[in-house]
Write a protein that binds this ligand. Structure first.
Ligand code: GLN
Length: 544
C-alpha cells in the first residue's frame, strides 16, 4: 500500500516546492520505488486553463487532456511518470463537484460543510488510484497560514491520523533568509512557520530549508530544537546552479535517507543517480553554444513558456551545447523589415511558440517569412504552425488576405475553428460561442506522418502521439494551394482531416507542428524534434 508524503511551504511563496517534490520523487525512484506526484491548488478556478500565463505561468497539458499547474511539468520531467487529470485538483474543482452533488440531492438532506465534505473530497483525491505505488507525494500550493489552504491542511491532518505515522510524512519547505547587515542567516521565520503548521495539527518530520548561504551546524541544531525535528532532518537546500542539479544536491544533504528513515525503511543502499550525473556533466561541459530567437507574446515572464524553455535546454543536452534563448516580443519588434532583420539576423534559429489572440501575430508571421527566405532553421509550435501556414498562403500562394478566424472574420480562413472532431470516445462537438473553459482539442492525439518526410526521419516513425491544446486548426482545404508554394503537409490526423505537421523540403530545417512537443521532453530523454532543431541551429551557427 502506498505511503504518502505531504509537502507544504512556509514563510514565503516561490520557494520551489514543485521542484523539491519532483527531486525527492526522482531520488526515491532512483532507489527503485514507484512514485507519483500530485498537486493541490487552493485557488477557486476549476483548473488553470482560463488563467493568463502571466498569472500562473504556463498551463501544462496531460495525455488525458487535463489543463494543469506547471508544477506537473516538473513532475514529469523529473520522474518520467506521465501526469494525469487526477494528479491536480483545485479548490474550485472540489467545490464544483460538491455543489453538483448537493444540487442533485445526493447529500440526502444533510448540511454540506467544509468539514467533513470538502476535507473528505480532498482525502479521496489524495488516495485515488494509488494501489500500485510505493510513494504518493502531495504538494500543497500556497503558504501555510493562508486562509485558502486551510481545508487542505486539515485533510492532511486527518489522513495522518487515519493512516498512521508509518504511512505518512510531512515535509515542510521554508526559507532561512540571510541578513546582509548582520552577516547572519535567520531561523526565526522557519520557527514561526513550523509553529503555524503545528498549531494546525501537523508536526513536520523533515524540514527543507532554502538558503542562499550554507547553514551553519549551530543554526541547524537551533532549528531542530525549536521545531521538534531531528537535526539530520533539517536539510539545508542551497540555491542550485541548475534545476537538474537539485536531486544530486538534496541527496548529498541526506534528504532521501531522512525520508526513508522517518518511514522506518532501510536507507543503507545507494540510489542509482547516473542519469542525473550524466545530465549535469553535459550541462557543465558544453562543447559550443547556440542562440535561438523565440518570437512570442508572453516574453516578460519565463514561467509562461516553462516547458518550452526546458525542452530547448534538453535539445542542448542532446547535442552537448548551451542554448541561449533570446525572447523577442512579437508585438514590439515588427515595425519594419529592417528592424526584423536586425533582431533576427544574430539568431541561429527561430521559434514561434504557442499562444492565443491576435496581438503580435503580424510580428510572428514576419518572423516566419524571414526564416523561410533566409533559410534559417524555423520551428513553429501550435499558433506558430498556424502562423507558418498563413505566411505561406499570403506570400507563396497568392492568398493575400489569408488569416485565422481567431483574429476576427476573414474571407480566407486558412486557420479556422473546428466544431467537430473524432476521438476514441467518438465524435466531439463544440459550439463556436461556447464556454472558454475546457472547449479545446486537449491532450494526446495520434498523427500519421508521410514516410519520406523530414519529421518521419526525426521521429524514426510514421506514427506518433502528441499533446494538443488549441481551439483552431489549419484548414485542410488550403492544402493543395500551400503545397504548390512548397509547404508540405507531412503529418495528418489518422482520419486525414486535420493537418498536424507542415514542413519545407526546400529549406534546411522548417517544421510547424499543431501540437506541443515541449510537454513530453525530458532532460534524460530530449524530445527528438528539439534535439534535431538545436542540431540545426548548431549547423547554422557554423555558417554565420
Ligand atoms: N490560439 C490557437 C488556437 O487556439 C493556438 C493555441 C496554442 O498555440 N496553444 O488554436
Amino acid at each position: 500500500m502506498a505511503r504518502f508524503i505531504f509537502i507544504t511551504g512556509g514563510v514565503v511563496s516561490s520557494l520551489g516546492k514543485g521542484l523539491m517534490a519532483a527531486s525527492l520523487a526522482a531520488l526515491l525512484q532512483a532507489r527503485g520505488y514507484r512514485v507519483r506526484i500530485r498537486k493541490f491548488d487552493p485557488y477557486l478556478n476549476v483548473d488553470p486553463g482560463t488563467m493568463s500565463p502571466y498569472q500562473h505561468g504556463e498551463v501544462y497539458v496531460t495525455d488525458d487532456g487535463a489543463e494543469t499547474d506547471l508544477d506537473l511539468g516538473h513532475y514529469e520531467r523529473f520522474t518520467g511518470v506521465s501526469a494525469r487529470q487526477s494528479d491536480n485538483v483545485t479548490s474550485g474543482r472540489i467545490y464544483q463537484t460538491i455543489i453538483q452533488k448537493e444540487r442533485r440531492g445526493d447529500y440526502l438532506g444533510a448540511t454540506v460543510q467544509v468539514i467533513p465534505h470538502v476535507t473528505d473530497a480532498i482525502k479521496e483525491f489524495a488516495k485515488a488510484e494509488t494501489d500500485d505505488l510505493d510513494f504518493v507525494l502531495c504538494e500543497i500550493g500556497g503558504t501555510v497560514g493562508d486562509i485558502e489552504s486551510l481545508p487542505f491542511i486539515e485533510a492532511i491532518r486527518q489522513l495522518r491520523n487515519e493512516l498512521g505515522r508509518e504511512r505518512t510524512l510531512s515535509v515542510h519547505v521554508t526559507l532561512v533568509p540571510y541578513i546582509a547587515a548582520a552577516g547572519e542567516l535567520k531561523t526565526k521565520p522557519t520557527q514561526h512557520s513550523v509553529r503555524e503548521l503545528t498549531s494546525l495539527g501537523i508536526q513536520p518530520d523533515v524540514l527543507l530549508c532554502r538558503c542562499e548561504h550554507p547553514l551553519p551546524e549551530n543554526e541547524r541544531a537551533k532549528i531542530a530544537a525549536f521545531c521538534n525535528v531531528r537535526k539530520e532532518a533539517v536539510i539545508p537546500a542551497l540555491d542550485a546552479k541548475s534545476i537538474y542539479a537539485v536531486p544530486l544536491q538534496y541527496h548529498a544533504e541526506g534528504l532521501d535517507i531522512e525520508v526513508l528513515r522517518a518511514f522506518g525503511l532501510d536507507a543503507s543502499g545507494k540510489p542509482d543517480l547516473s542519469r542525473w550525473e550524466d545530465i549535469i556533466d553535459r550541462q557543465s561541459n558544453p562543447e559550443g553554444e547556440v542562440t535561438i530567437g523565440v518570437v512570442g507574446k508572453y516574453v516578460g515572464l519565463a514561467d509562461a513558456y516553462k516547458s518550452l524553455n526546458e525542452a530547448l535546454t534538453h535539445g542542448g543536452l542532446a547535442n552537448r551545447v548551451k542554448v541561449n534563448i533570446n525572447w523577442i516580443d512579437a508585438e514590439l519588434f515588427a515595425q519594419s523589415e529592417a528592424e526584423i532583420a536586425a533582431a533576427l539576423e544574430p539568431m541561429h534559429a527561430i521559434l514561434v511558440p504557442g499562444g492565443f489572440g491576435e496581438r503580435g501575430s503580424e510580428g510572428k508571421i514576419a518572423s516566419v517569412k524571414f526564416a523561410r527566405e533566409r533559410q534559417v532553421p524555423f520551428f513553429g509550435i501550435c499558433l506558430g504552425m498556424q502562423m507558418a501556414c498563413i505566411e505561406a498562403a499570403r506570400n507563396t500562394a497568392g492568398i493575400s488576405n489569408a488569416s485565422s478566424t481567431e483574429f476576427g472574420p476573414t474571407d480566407e480562413p486558412v486557420v479556422g475553428i473546428i466544431t467537430e472532431w473524432m476521438t476514441e470516445e467518438g465524435l466531439q462537438k463544440r459550439e463556436v460561442g461556447g464556454d472558454l473553459g475546457g472547449t479545446m482539442r486537449l491532450g494526446a492525439y495520434d498523427a500519421k506522418l508521410t514516410g519520406n518526410s523530414h519529421v518521419a526521419t526525426i521521429y524514426g516513425s510514421t506514427e506518433i502521439s502528441e499533446r494538443h491544446r488549441h481551439r483552431y486548426e489549419v484548414n485542410a482545404r488550403y492544402k493543395a494551394a500551400l503545397e504548390q508554394g512548397g509547404l508540405v503537409f507531412s503529418g495528418m490526423s489518422p482520419d486525414g482531416e486535420l493537418p498536424e505537421i507542415v514542413e519545407r523540403p526546400d529549406h534546411p530545417w522548417f517544421i510547424g507542428v499543431q501540437f506541443h512537443p515541449e510537454l513530453k521532453s525530458k532532460p534524460f530523454a530530449p524530445h527528438p524534434l528539439f534535439a534535431s532543431f538545436v542540431e540545426a541551429a548548431l549547423r547554422q551557427s557554423r555558417l554565420v
